[in-house]
Every structure is written in structure tokens, then in C-alpha cells.
Design a protein around this ligand. Structure first.
Ligand code: ATP
Length: 437
């Protein structure tokens, strides 16, 4: 009762139990109920927190799917007043879910089929210096909500039996949702953690909201604080932007606010990006898009600028390689402008580049012949193989060595150009080449 009175605002308590029944899968509700019963036995309180609460209030139909490639349908967060790891362990011990991982600092992950639940002990955070990771101690739900990024993400739903489904909204998140506002909870929010600058714009653009006036002022004043954020964290936030349905909206807004330029002075968010991102979406599956967007984002860079960007974001080796290849290929793209290239010539020009770089260039290039050649390579030529291999050439009496290498290459070229079709065609060509070489 005491808690209930404490978190009630405007003398109105909203109950979301019905919406939870409507929008969450039965298995998830059952698991949540089981967790809350176990918590009650431990004299703990459990709450749904974070994006799930916001999305339930918005009745968002695309509610809570997990990361693109995770296969998760629901990925949600619970906060426990008390020891979350112990609670998660107890639930796992009964076989109701699997404990995937747990950490010393009071967080655990439960998984059941395509549901994942992150459970965390309610915590209090203090920042020793801007951009540093916060010092964490156990706290109350209210402590846990005030450390969050924006009011619309700082609400909770009680899962305790005496007030199951009640909204806990000490920082007026619901009112901001209704007014379509993104608002930070205190003036130091962006300087404590400048990744919130990127997050603010991501939510603003996803939801079609606006930055609240004071929040917008604070955001602009704190863009330099992005320099305090590690490359991994900035990259992670950009990846989250790239998982949005239309990331170009956030990219353009970030450019307008001067945020992108703070990450790299050469980054641009303009009409070109909008058009190319849109084209990328029409061609590629959602899981393939984030890496492709990165390659398109740096398309106008010079080599030196790219190296600075890769270093700033601590970009992983594989994607760095594809991004470097994107620029290398862009610089030789004029060779693909000729309309009359043979398939083997196209293959020769493109086969050494990372496929992602070829895809980025197929989307970015303004020349129709080049685009056509890049597409032909991506959809067909890169898969073409000659039927004969070294072993089969040996059986035809051709001995291993540089000559055989040359014959294999010529067979591949002939296959690409449609000069041989069947295995018998290839055998004839191989034998005549062996006499010629
Ligand atoms: P979505 O997945 O739809 O973007 P989400 O709210 O679930 O939304 P997560 O990134 O999973 O997003 O974060 C879960 C919650 O953790 C957020 O709702 C927010 O309350 C909090 N949070 C995440 N990042 C930060 C941050 N940098 N500072 C403060 N709170 C954060």
C-alpha cells in the first residue's frame, strides 16, 4: 500500500493489465506471473520497465521484437527490488526458463523459446566524470527510473499481485508520450552519458516526436561531450539507428543538429543518403542493412577521412575491410562505365572486392552501365564456376603446373562468356588449350 501511494500521481493510477493481456503472448504472461509469484515468496517486488512500457502505452503493433538477427519475438526488461540474479536462478531451477547468463553486478538473462527476459536489480547510479561508466549500487525502483535516458523510457508496470498492471510513472513519462515529447530527466543527462544524444534523436524520429525545448537546448550545448564516449559505444548507437525502419530520418536530423559532424567532420545527412538508404532497403534483407548503411554513409569520404572514422568507431576488421573496399571500388568504377564489357571482364574487375563493397557501389553509383554490371556480377557472375577442376584435367592427361592454372582460368572465362556450356565443351577446350600452350 505504501508503495502504491508513493508512485501514484495526479491521484490517478492507470492499470495496464488488460493491454498486457491483449498485446503480450500468453507464454510470456505466464512466465512473468510465475516470476512475480516467486518474487513475492522472496518478499521482492518486480516491474516491467523500459521500452515495453512505452510501447504498451502507445499500443504499438510492432511491439518489442528482439534484435534483427536474434530470432527473438520478445526481448523485455524486468527490474527487481532485491537480488535479481537470485530470483532468476530460482526461476531457472524450476525449469520454467533457461538462465543464459548472469553477472556479478545484479543482472541475469532468462530465455524461454523465442522470449528473452533481462532481469536487473533496481540500481542507483553515480557518474564520476562525463562519459565514464557509472558507479552502481542497489536502489529502489524510483532510483532505477531516474537514471534512465528519457521520461518516456522511465516508467514501470508493477507485476506484484496486489497491484498487478499498475503504471508507475514518477517522472511524467505518460504525459510526455501524449504530448509527443522526448525529455531528459535532469540537466546533466547528456553530459553524464552523451550516447543519449544519439538515442534522443533515434526515438524522436522513430516516434515522430519532438525534443522538448529544454532538452533540445541541452542536447545542442552538449554535442562536444560525444568526444568522451568510446568508439564501441558510438558505433553501437549508430547500429541501433541503422536498425530503425527509416534510419535516414535520424541521420538527417543528427546532421542538422551538428551531431554527426562531431563524430566525423565529413559525415553528411542529405538527400543523397535518403535516396540511397531507400534503394538499399528495396534490395536487401533487414539483417544485411546496417553494414550496408555504414558503407553508404562513408561513400563521399577520402581514404584518410575513412581511416579516421574507422579508428574513432573502433570498427571491427571485417566491416573496416568492406568499407575500405567500397572506396577502392568507387575509385575504379569508371572502368565499368563501358556498355560493351564482356562478363569475364566484369568478373575480373570485381571479384577481389568484398561483396558488401560491390553492393554499396551498385546502390551508390550514378552511372547506369556501371550499376547494371555490378548487379550482373552480384546476381550471377560471382556464382559461375567451370565444371572441370584440376583432378579432372589430370584425368585428361594435363599435368599440374602453371599451364594447368592457365587452362583453368581460360575455362572459367569461357564459361562466364557463354563460350562453353556443357562439360564436354569444356573438355574439348581444355585439350585444345593444352596443345596450344
Ligand atoms: P527500443 O529497443 O525500442 O529502442 P528500449 O527502451 O527497450 O527501446 P534498450 O536500449 O533496450 O531500449 O534499453 C532499455 C532501457 O534502458 C531503456 O528504455 C532506457 O530506460 C534504459 N537505457 C538504455 N540506454 C540508456 C542510457 N544510455 N542511459 C539511460 N538509460 C538507458
Amino acid at each position: 500500500m505504501r508503495l502504491r501511494r508513493k508512485y501514484c500521481y495526479n491521484n490517478r493510477v492507470m492499470n495496464l493489465a488488460h493491454r498486457m493481456e491483449q498485446h503480450l503472448p500468453r507464454q510470456l504472461l505466464e512466465l512473468i506471473k510465475y516470476i512475480s509469484e516467486q518474487a513475492a515468496r522472496n518478499e521482492q517486488r518486480v516491474y516491467l520497465v523500459g521500452g515495453i512500457v512505452r510501447d504498451l502505452l502507445l499500443e504499438d503493433p510492432s511491439l518489442r521484437s528482439g534484435p534483427l538477427d536474434s530470432g527473438l519475438r520478445f526481448d523485455i526488461d524486468l527490474t527487481v527490488e532485491g537480488d535479481a540474479v537470485r530470483l532468476a536462478q530460482q526461476v531457472a531451477d524450476t525449469g520454467k526458463a533457461k538462465l543464459l547468463a548472469h553477472h556479478r553486478f545484479g543482472t541475469a538473462k532468462l530465455r524461454y523459446e523465442n522470449l528473452a527476459l533481462d532481469m536487473a536489480t533496481a540500481r542507483k547510479e553515480t557518474y564520476a566524470r562525463p562519459g565514464a561508466l557509472p558507479a552502481v549500487t542497489p536502489g529502489t525502483l524510483k532510483n532505477d527510473l531516474i537514471r534512465r535516458d528519457f521520461s518516456i523510457n522511465a516508467m514501470a508496470i508493477s507485476l506484484s499481485s496486489n497491484d498487478y498492471g499498475e503504471l508507475v510513472d514518477p517522472y511524467q513519462g505518460k504525459s510526455d508520450l501524449e504530448r509527443h515529447l522526448i525529455r531528459v530527466l535532469h540537466p546533466e543527462s547528456f553530459s553524464d552519458d552523451a550516447t543519449r544524444i544519439l538515442r534522443a534523436v533515434r526515438y524522436e524520429q522513430r516516434l515522430g516526436f519532438e525534443l522538448e525545448t529544454q532538452t533540445a537546448r541541452l542536447l545542442k550545448r552538449n554535442t562536444a561531450m560525444l568526444d568522451t564516449i568510446s568508439g564501441d559505444r558510438i558505433r553501437h548507437e549508430l547500429e541501433l539507428v541503422f536498425r530503425e525502419e527509416q534510419p535516414e530520418l535520424a541521420i538527417r536530423r543528427l546532421a542538422k543538429l551538428g551531431v554527426l559532424q562531431r563524430i566525423s567532420p565529413c559525415l553528411k545527412g542529405d538527400g543523397w543518403i535518403t535516396e540511397r538508404f531507400d534503394r538499399a532497403r528495396r534490395l536487401k534483407k533487414p539483417t544485411q542493412l546496417p553494414s550496408l548503411y555504414f558503407c553508404l554513409l562513408i561513400y563521399a569520404f577520402g581514404e584518410g577521412e575513412l581511416e579516421q572514422f574507422l579508428g574513432r568507431l573502433n570498427m571491427p576488421a571485417k566491416l573496416s575491410h568492406a568499407m575500405r573496399d567500397t572506396l577502392r571500388l568507387k575509385n575504379t568504377l569508371w572502368l565499368l562505365d563501358t556498355a560493351s564489357l564482356k562478363p569475364s571482364e566484369i568478373y575480373h574487375l570485381l571479384h577481389e572486392y568484398a561483396p558488401l563493397a560491390t553492393e554499396a557501389n551498385a546502390i551508390a553509383s550514378a552511372s547506369s552501365p556501371a550499376q547494371r554490371h555490378l548487379q550482373l556480377f552480384l546476381t550471377k557472375l560471382r556464382y559461375v564456376k567451370a565444371s572441370l577442376n584440376g583432378e579432372e584435367l589430370k584425368r585428361l592427361g594435363i599435368s599440374p603446373g602453371p599451364e594447368m592454372g592457365e587452362i583453368l582460368q581460360r575455362l572459367h572465362r569461357a564459361k562466364l562468356d557463354g563460350e562453353v556450356r556443357t562439360k564436354a565443351d569444356e573438355e574439348r577446350l581444355a585439350l585444345s588449350l593444352s596443345l596450344e600452350l
